[in-house]
Ligand binder design. Structure first.
Ligand code: FAD
Length: 428
């Protein structure tokens, strides 16, 4: 397979990039590891069909004859120049391209605390993905915790499916959250969405300046301890809440693996590494563009407009790309306000107890990892980060809690079959 333009990811950035490139007459390939397009926000499932803007973006790509959709297909490695190794349920094969647009989005950031590995504990977006995928939550009591607007989106999805959201626990202080809420007047659609969710969840307590300090249960979650304030503060308050599920995550982290493997520069933005792009969404490598949350977390609207700019630049239509800069700037300002309001409190670094597991793939305790000098040192001595997730979870936790620099994840980006890896070898 060979394409003029290959788009990796079919979230808002990838879908908009693919349809713009297709309209310009390019042959387009679109790869995504989910079975259906939509990415995180427009994730499709048996009882969940996106409407409105998501539906339009998905249909635009479905109706374009020159887009080949490779779904249920993940990129596992970057090979020779202009060639990637991919794998689906049946086989591994290579895909070639003239230009590539990376739109691999972001994943959740997890911080370790006692009990975080109990069955019943997931990420906030993770819970949402499971619910959209058909997991029943009717009648269940759910605590949603961590930080940022995603908590509200997850709570709304769970409530729609009949769950009882017993508390939303936000680590940011109430004055930051209030300032952010007031600033939504600059983005009226988001203001309307926020007001609707607040109204629908008006019976749910929203605890700011608070975090889950422990999850409890024998074999499965039954209770969480929510702490408002910190030990050093006089008004610290602890409450135990009965629940069946806890959905807890501390913001999002850009998925930069593919960009790094292709030699693109990455840099630290808003507390995480992101792929560096110029004003036309071009990376530091020729023929490689990046758009959406792999270049920095900023929400659906920003991802969508960046995807369009990247595709217009890739097909050589720079004037039209420039016409979208003002729109992008508006959503970049929204993203900056969001990052300022929901910046992580450094005191969350101390949530883990010495025997709390930090690497759940390899069962490594926090104290065992923390006695080493660096991430690499900890990996070599404890196998921390060397399991199936390859450090996607514990690497970020260690970077935040222990201040270690991140060393990029290595291919394969996810567990792959031996047969697939053999496809990467030149024929003998
Ligand atoms: C779990 C989760 C749930 C979210 N829910 C919401 C929500 O309800 N509302 C909201 O406003 N925002 C939500 N967000 C934030 C959301 O990320 C953005 O608003 C928006 O979806 C970003 O669009 P994007 O195109 O940049 O990336 P994404 O939508 O994340 O799309 C990236 C796609 O690339 C795919 N991909 C990544 N790596 C590979 C690979 N190696 N091979 C193949 N495919 C790959 C991913 O599976 C994904 O489908 C959520 C984020 C997460 C992580």
């Amino acid at each position: 397979m060979n394409f003029d333009i290959l788009v990796i990811g079919s979230g808002p950035a990838g879908l908009h990039a693919a349809s713009v490139a297709a309209q310009a007459g390019a042959t387009v390939g679109m790869v995504d590891d989910n079975p259906l397009p939509g990415g995180q926000i427009w994730r499709q499932g048996p009882r969940h069909r996106p409407q409105g803007r998501g539906r339009e973006a998905i249909d635009a790509v479905a109706n374009a004859a020159n887009v080949t959709r490779l779904h249920g297909t993940r990129v596992v490695q970057a090979l020779r120049s202009h060639e990637l190794l991919v794998e689906d349920a049946a086989r591994g094969y290579t895909v070639g391209y003239r230009k590539i647009i990376i739109t691999t989005g972001a994943r959740e950031r997890f911080l370790p605390y006692p009990g975080w590995t109990l069955p019943g504990v997931t990420g906030a977006g993770g819970l949402q993905a499971l619910v959209k995928g058909g997991m029943p939550v009717r009648g269940q009591r759910i605590v949603i915790a961590g930080t940022g607007p995603l908590l509200w989106a997850a709570a709304a999805t769970a409530r729609e499916q009949g769950a009882q959201v017993v508390a939303i626990v936000e680590q940011a202080p109430v004055h930051s959250v209030r300032r952010f809420a007031l600033s939504l007047v600059h983005t009226p659609a988001k203001l309307a969405q926020a007001a609707r969710m607040r109204f629908d969840l008006r019976a749910t307590p929203y605890l700011c300046g608070a975090h889950v300090s422990a999850a409890h249960g024998e074999g499965k979650l039954t209770q969480v301890t929510v702490q408002q304030g910190y030990k050093q503060m006089r008004q610290m308050r602890q409450t135990r809440i009965d629940c069946d599920r806890l959905a807890c995550a501390y913001g999002l982290v850009p998925n930069t693996m593919l960009g790094t493997a292709l030699g693109c520069d990455v840099d630290e933005t808003d507390g995480a590494l992101a792929i560096v792009v110029d004003e036309l969404q071009a990376t530091s490598q020729p023929d490689i563009y990046a758009a959406g949350e792999c270049t920095g977390v900023g929400g659906m609207e920003l991802s969508a407009v960046e995807g369009r700019i990247a595709a217009l630049a890739a097909v050589g239509n720079v004037a039209q790309a420039r016409a979208l800069f003002a729109q992008r700037e508006r959503y970049r300002r929204f993203a900056a306000r969001m990052h300022a309001a929901f910046a992580l409190d450094p005191r969350l670094r101390a949530l883990a107890a010495p025997d709390t597991v930090i690497c759940r793939c390899e069962d490594v305790r926090f104290a065992d990892a923390a006695q080493h000098r660096s991430w690499r040192d900890a990996k070599l001595h404890t196998r921390c980060g060397m399991g199936p997730c390859q450090g996607k979870i514990c690497g970020e936790a260690a970077a935040f809690c222990l201040g270690w620099s991140r060393d990029g994840l290595r291919p394969p980006f996810s567990p792959a079959r031996i047969g697939t890896l053999m496809e990467a070898q030149p024929p003998v």
